[in-house]
Write a protein that binds this ligand. Structure first.
Ligand code: NAD
Ligand code: AKB
Length: 309
């Protein structure tokens, strides 16, 4: 059984804070149990749950009769380089706990977002397919690659319905991003709307794939509801909407704010961005479960500005 009781881990984060209302609208709010190590106190449904505590995960799944999990709890790329041990603990041990408890409780579906972080400097740069060289140089990427592989393992060994997609940088306005390398895109739009200049931590020509949050939510739901017999892949679908450089975003923002200016002062995140692809091939997601992004750079920027204003 699936979607009768849905546990969302890491629900207070950038994606979770939007996925919870999205799933609540789609399936009914009483079916969604948001959880986080730092719970959102404004939502009475929220439970406190540290995914690195296997006993606590077990208890929550049993108590709320969970049949579906959207596992979002993670440490992202930049924060992961600041604290690799924590990234390993949350991203690997936390995921292992989720998979183990999911198998023993016959959970119907575990959704585990992955990331372009699985790629590395040896990966081709443009139109990167799913199957390619994946040799990441960040702890985040290493943990995400292991998470994808564990998903395949739990599926083949225990029949666990683990599914996931490799998100590019996600742009959104409701909650701040969680310490990643693509965060510059959100920060730049926010500063432009506030009428301030922006100091970008990436070079102006660092091209990376991106996606607007409504497309990310839609893609999570499409993959979650996809007919299993159509899936040839499981936890590593590439998805992307558009690819941009910081300079292209700056120029797009100048259409709205002609005096907006950005200075470029790359820091340690530049090396992470340099190791990631500029564009992805998402044909498997399109063919196997109907991935269909609607926002490009122009419509994303326009919608972000309209909401931030
Ligand atoms: P985020 O950092 O905004 O949120 C993660 C949440 O996990 C936070 O609320 C944090 O409190 C929580 N958390 C941390 N440690 C925890 C623990 N031990 N137990 C329970 N919760 C814990 O991240 P996000 O952007 O919402 O990302 C969600 C998922 O999507 C992650 O797997 C991430 O790798 C993936 N992803 C995100 C992006 C993006 O651009 N946002 C891109 C690619 C992949
Ligand atoms: C990050 O920059 O770490 C995330 C991601 C692309 O996984 N936004």
């Amino acid at each position: 059984m699936t979607f009768e009781k849905i546990l969302v881990t890491g629900a207070a984060g950038q994606i979770g804070s939007e996925l919870v209302p999205f799933l609540s609208d789609h399936f009914g709010s009483s079916r969604v149990i948001p959880s986080d190590v730092r719970p959102n106190t404004n939502d009475p449904r929220f439970i406190s749950l540290d995914v690195t505590d296997k006993g606590a995960v077990e208890k929550a799944i049993d108590k709320y009769r969970i049949d579906t999990i959207f596992h979002l709890a993670a440490i992202l790329s930049a924060n992961g380089e600041k604290n690799p041990e924590l990234a390993f603990k949350v991203n690997v041990v936390g995921l292992y706990n989720i998979f183990e408890v999911a198998v023993s409780n016959k959970i119907g579906l575990v959704m585990t977002p992955s990331s372009i972080g699985v790629f590395g400097p040896d990966t081709p740069k443009e139109n990167v397919p799913i199957e390619t060289i994946t040799r990441p140089v960040t702890m985040y990427g290493v943990t995400k690659l292991l998470a994808e592989t564990l998903g395949y393992y739990y599926h083949s060994r225990f029949g666990l319905n683990a599914r996931g997609l490799r998100f590019p940088g996600l742009i959104s306005y409701k909650n701040p991003p969680g310490g990643g390398t693509t965060d510059y895109s959100i920060e730049m739009i926010v500063e432009a709307v506030k009428g301030r200049s922006y100091k970008c931590f990436l070079r102006e020509d660092s091209k990376l794939p991106m996606m607007y949050m409504p497309d990310a939510l839609d893609s999570l739901l499409r993959l979650a509801e996809a007919d299993d017999s159509r899936l040839k892949h499981r936890t590593d679908f590439n998805v992307t909407s558009f690819s941009i450089t910081p300079k292209e975003l700056e120029m797009e923002l100048r259409e709205y704010y002609p005096s907006f200016r950005v200075t470029y002062q790359p820091d340690f995140r530049q090396a992470i961005a340099d190791s990631w692809p500029a564009s992805l091939d998402s044909s498997a997601a399109i063919n196997e479960w109907g991935f269909h992004p609607r926002y490009d750079l122009k419509s994303t920027t326009a919608d972000m500005i309209a909401h931030l204003k």
